[in-house]
Write a protein that binds this ligand. Structure first.
Ligand code: ADP
Length: 214
């Protein structure tokens, strides 16, 4: 993944144009103590990228796009499919005890629950703690009883942007979203097949990758 990074010289050109617009390539060259020929490739790149606007016989204008605009555009382009991870899934009949064991074995905080392979719920650490306080028999109780159930599950799709998924995570105050695929089981009856997971950790990792991008 690569975010646009300007060279030192390009940054200087942008600053000169910002302060002096409209400014000719001759003036920019003088200020940088370079020849116009040396500057030409940088000016073409900056114009093609839409950072500078070149008007014949007038000079260069700053078109207002900053590195931050590029970062924000880049983030909007990244799809959920690019940062997804494997989901941890159990069937509804699984006992709460077995689901807790799965939670530890898979080193996760959230498990997606299915019935006949289709998403019916989500169970997380807090749900397990609540069930412990409630004093249920975790060896007998199926996980389907303590989970958050459809249609209250917030989902995402592979083609959705990571930004939209992150917004859902914030809005609904959850740690994970199941990535689902629509399966039409009968006419006009859609069920969700779980094909992945996006978590706060995935998004934090993306943030670090973007920050370290060269
Ligand atoms: P934790 O239990 O570790 O705080 P969450 O904040 O993700 O984890 O879960 C809080 C509550 O939200 C739990 O009751 C859980 O069942 C529910 N939940 C978790 N993920 C989702 C989701 N994607 N859609 C709807 N509810 C969810």
């Amino acid at each position: 993944m690569r975010i646009i990074q300007f060279t030192d010289r390009q940054e200087k050109i942008i600053d000169i144009v910002k302060e002096n617009e409209p400014v000719t390539s001759e003036t920019i060259a003088q200020k940088l103590k370079l020849t116009r020929a040396t500057l030409r490739p940088d000016l073409s790149i900056l114009t093609m990228m839409g950072i500078l606007d070149a008007r014949p016989k007038v000079g260069y204008f700053y078109s207002g796009k900053s590195s931050l605009d590029f970062l924000s555009e880049k983030i909007k382009e990244i799809k959920v499919s690019e940062v997804k991870s494997m989901p941890v899934v159990v069937e509804e009949e699984t006992t709460v005890y077995d689901a807790i064991v799965t939670l530890f074995l898979e080193d996760t905080g959230t498990i997606f629950v299915t019935s006949n392979g289709f998403l019916t719920g989500v169970v997380s650490r807090k749900d397990f703690l609540k069930s412990a306080i409630g004093g249920i028999d975790i060896n007998k109780m199926p996980v389907g009883v303590i989970m958050t159930r459809m249609p209250n599950i917030v989902v995402t799709k592979e083609e959705e942007s990571v930004l939209e998924a992150a917004q859902k995570i914030i809005d609904h105050q959850v740690d994970n979203l199941p990535i689902v695929e629509d399966i039409e089981i009968e006419k006009d009856k859609i069920e969700y097949k779980v094909i992945g997971r996006i978590s706060k950790t995935n998004i934090t990792r993306l943030f670090v990758d973007l920050g370290n991008a060269e």
